[in-house]
Design a protein around this ligand. Structure first.
Ligand SMILES: [Zn+2]
Length: 349
């Protein structure tokens, strides 16, 4: 194995109020003349129209298309539209689905993309991996990092608060995922990068510190969360995998996505997973739970809207979903009965 690895990072990251106004300038900086906005029907009203106006006022030729599904068919459709239009860059404006679809379709169309999240529900808007649904199962696929991230904290502050709380759950997850990564190094001699790990852990510290501000929907809180989510995307790029940001708590959430009839948001599920995996690590799981509670994120099955039996089953099956990812779940034999005790101990069920 080579000792070098390639790190692709966004060239520009802008976070703050009304930063969407700089979209035209950024496109000019990169030398683009023809752009394609990829958005959702709702987000087109929230931010897409405004972005389109900003771009055309700046003298750019603008086209737009909708990503209304999260499957491969939609990836191909968007790619075709991009190729036909001759756009030099794709601009993703929306939540997780729109950004994931644009990430993959632009990669396949061999064009760069700019990421403009309209909510802060998870760390995917600055990362390389895309989550796509196939046969109704979500799976993660390697794509590309955005060349620019424009996170307008005012647009995000206007999104339903549940998304923001979910983003905090996805950040809390890093307290466990970094430990799982260290375990992978110790037991399986995996590559482990201290820098990427530290970046992910720092995001947890800052979101915990700003929990009150986030809860009060203050700009300082929203900006800290956005910076944390971008840092986690960067941590994954530095690590060359999702290892620093996705461990046993994510495996638990991935199984829920498959087995639970009513799933909660990704970050909400990961947050609850984090409470239980932190308990397995003998960490201060109550502090994690209390911070999530303070933020207003779910901390148990009822708040997730998921029946207890699916929580137990997801804990039980989590280690099978991605067997190559070594985590705390490979160290212990979590039977169904132990899984139930764990969930009960943590007040999840
Ligand atoms: Zn995540």
């Amino acid at each position: 194995m080579s000792n070098t690895h390639r790190i692709d990072l966004p060239k520009v990251v802008i976070i703050g109020e009304n930063v969407i106004e700089s979209l035209g300038d950024i496109c000019h900086e990169f030398g683009f003349k023809k752009v394609m906005i990829v958005t959702g029907y709702k987000t087109f009203e929230v931010a897409g129209k405004r972005a389109s106006k900003i771009l055309s006022t700046s003298g750019l030729s603008v086209d737009h298309t909708f990503a209304d599904n999260s499957n491969m068919e939609c990836v191909e459709e968007v790619k075709e539209r991009m190729v036909e239009s001759g756009a030099e860059v794709a601009i993703a404006i929306g939540g997780g689905r729109v950004i994931d679809i644009t990430k993959l379709s632009s990669t396949r169309g061999k064009k760069p993309f700019i990421s403009i999240p309209t909510n802060a529900s998870h760390d995917g808007f600055a990362s390389k991996g895309a989550s796509i649904k196939e046969l109704n199962r979500p799976f993660s696929i390697e794509a590309q990092s955005p060349i620019a991230v424009i996170a307008d904290s005012q647009i995000i502050a206007r999104s339903p608060y549940q998304f923001t709380a979910s983003g905090c759950g996805d950040i809390m997850a890093k307290s466990v995922s970094v430990r799982d990564w260290r375990l992978g190094q110790k037991v399986k001699n995996e590559y482990y990068g201290e820098y990427a790990a530290s970046l992910a852990l720092m995001s947890v510290d800052l979101v915990m510190k700003f929990a009150e501000n986030i809860r009060r929907r203050e700009q300082s809180g929203i900006r800290t969360l956005l910076e944390a989510l971008v840092s986690c995307g960067v941590a994954m790029s530095i690590a060359g995998s999702s290892r620093p940001c996705s461990g046993s708590e994510h495996l638990f959430s991935h199984v829920l996505d498959i087995i639970a009839p009513n799933q909660a948001l990704h970050g909400e599920q990961c947050g609850v997973g984090t409470i239980m995996m932190a308990n397995l690590y003998d960490m201060d799981w109550m502090l994690i739970r209390d911070k999530l509670r303070l933020i207003g994120a779910p901390t148990n099955a009822i708040e997730l809207g998921i029946e207890s039996k699916y929580i137990i089953e997801a804990l039980f099956k989590a280690k099978e979903i991605r067997p190559e990812r070594y985590t705390i779940l490979d160290e212990i034999n979590l039977t169904r009965s132990k899984a139930k005790t764990l969930a009960e101990t943590c007040g999840v069920i």
